[in-house]
Ligand binder design. Structure first.
Ligand code: IMP
Length: 196
């Protein structure tokens, strides 16, 4: 079976391909289809955005399409940036600008009050319209400063609960075992195995 990875984010696609390696599915990245549309992520929930991305890719390519939408929920900020994680510091902002803004927003808060989680919603849409969704999350804390050089996005300021390291301090294969994205993909594979 062929399946499209419905993302233009190379970091995400790379992680997903490594997590899904060994399956009897040929994954094709969306940018490999000339003229593939880039969807505006304007939904009010992670699920809405994930479904919108998968749906657009399935319609465009005529293949089943898998998409994720991820948000970082910080308890001290009432769950923000959440669905706005990509553009927290403004439209077109960089990962570094998002991290800087979040560290400023939490300035002065002790570690015990910096709890947060990544939540990932995975959507699989078939060309006929059938939809499956699955979720994964990873608990942790926002650090006091940037730590580590790996990963992407908020990884350098997200310390994994119980590990004492940020996601950016882990090797890619370590992140890909414990991550929100890996958990969501495992849940999706369980749905597929159970015949849904
Ligand atoms: P989206 O799922 O592409 O909308 O991602 C929203 C934002 O969350 C992006 O700006 C990424 O920086 C961030 N993000 C998504 N996945 C991860 C991750 O695995 N680690 C760190 N940041 C992430």
């Amino acid at each position: 079976m062929k399946m499209v990875l419905a993302t233009h984010n190379l970091n995400k696609a790379g992680e997903m391909l490594r997590i899904l390696a060994g399956l009897d599915i040929e994954f094709i990245a969306l940018p490999d289809f000339a003229g593939a549309p880039d969807v505006e992520e304007d939904g009010s929930t992670l699920e809405e955005n994930a479904v919108k991305k998968a749906n657009s890719a399935a319609m465009f390519t005529g293949l089943p399409a898998l998409a994720d939408d991820t948000g970082l929920e910080v308890d001290a900020l009432g769950g923000a940036p959440g669905v706005f994680s990509a553009r927290y510091a403004g439209p077109g902002c960089s990962y570094g600008e998002n991290n800087k803004k979040l560290l400023s927003a939490l300035a002065g808060l002790p570690s015990a009050k910096r709890s947060a989680r990544f939540r990932c919603v995975m959507a699989l849409v078939y060309p006929g319209g059938k939809l499956l969704t699955a979720q994964g999350q990873l608990e942790g804390f926002i650090t006091l400063q940037v730590m580590g050089k790996g990963g992407f996005g908020y990884d350098p300021i997200f310390e994994v609960k119980g590990l004492g390291k940020t996601l950016a301090e882990l090797a890619p294969e370590e992140k890909n075992i414990i991550s929100h994205r890996a958990a969501a993909l495992r849940a999706m594979l369980e749905l597929l195995k159970s015949g849904q």
